[in-house]
Design a protein around this ligand. Structure first.
Ligand code: 0HH
Length: 208
């Protein structure tokens, strides 16, 4: 397994969580940066299973769909629970994070000017679900006692929300502590401090 290759645009976007996960798992990966004008020529798009990036390569295996890629990394790096029951719960949490991510992406790309304030007002009604799971598990992770791919996905979505609204976790102590502890993991700390991470905008339209 590995070294891996990501082909994507020059944003964190759909690759934010997988990059943090690979960094924390001590993996190296290659980045192929796709210029949007080259993308518009259509050749690469035509070769992608769903006509979209990211493309992720693990040796001869080419994968699309960011959550499928996270699951693949979860299987490769023992971050998919200790048994079938934990794996099912991790899948559930990953899908819950995806629902929040989609709401965020819709607001950012389609209705930032009018939708940002209502989005922030409604945010506690979504974050409280993750707070409850995190508080109940008591290990500092969503499921089990070590980070799974769902934790990396949640962590990355929460980092983006803290940029949107720096106080959004103030009433959610378990999520706040989760973000602090994940941010302090040495390999994550090094990655978040790297130029490779900092130079990329969160989203493709300059909104955050
Ligand atoms: N469900 C898929 C997944 O999770 C969704 C993939 C997706 O939406 O992997 N891909 C988009 C790019 S992500 C895509 O391929 C949004 C980032 C936009 C940044 C673009 C410009 C950056 C310039 C600096 N879109 C292209 C397309 O659909 O033709």
């Amino acid at each position: 397994m590995g070294p891996y290759t990501i082909t994507y645009f020059g944003v964190r976007g759909r690759c934010g969580a997988m990059r943090i996960m690979m960094a924390d798992q001590g993996q190296e990966w290659k980045e192929i940066l796709m210029d949007f004008s080259d993308w518009m020529k259509g050749d690469l798009k035509a070769s992608c299973v769903f006509g979209q990036l990211p493309k992720f390569e693990d040796g001869g295996l080419a994968l699309y769909q960011s959550n499928a890629i996270l699951r693949h990394l979860g299987r490769n790096h023992d971050a998919y629970g200790k048994d079938g029951k934990e794996a099912a719960l991790i899948d559930m949490m990953c899908d819950g994070v995806e629902d929040l991510r989609l709401k965020y992406v819709k607001m950012i790309y389609q209705e930032y000017d009018t939708g940002k304030d209502p989005y922030i007002k409604d945010l506690p009604n979504h974050l409280d679900k993750f707070e409850a799971v995190m508080a109940k598990n008591k290990t500092g992770f969503l499921v089990g006692d070590k980070p799974s791919f769902a934790d990396y996905s949640l962590f990355e979505v929460l980092l983006n929300h803290l940029v949107l609204c720096s106080s959004c976790l103030d009433t959610f102590p378990s999520l706040k502590s989760f973000v602090e502890k994940m941010s302090a993991r040495p390999k994550i700390k090094a990655f978040l401090g790297s130029d490779a991470y900092k130079k990329l905008p969160i989203n493709g339209n300059g909104k955050q």
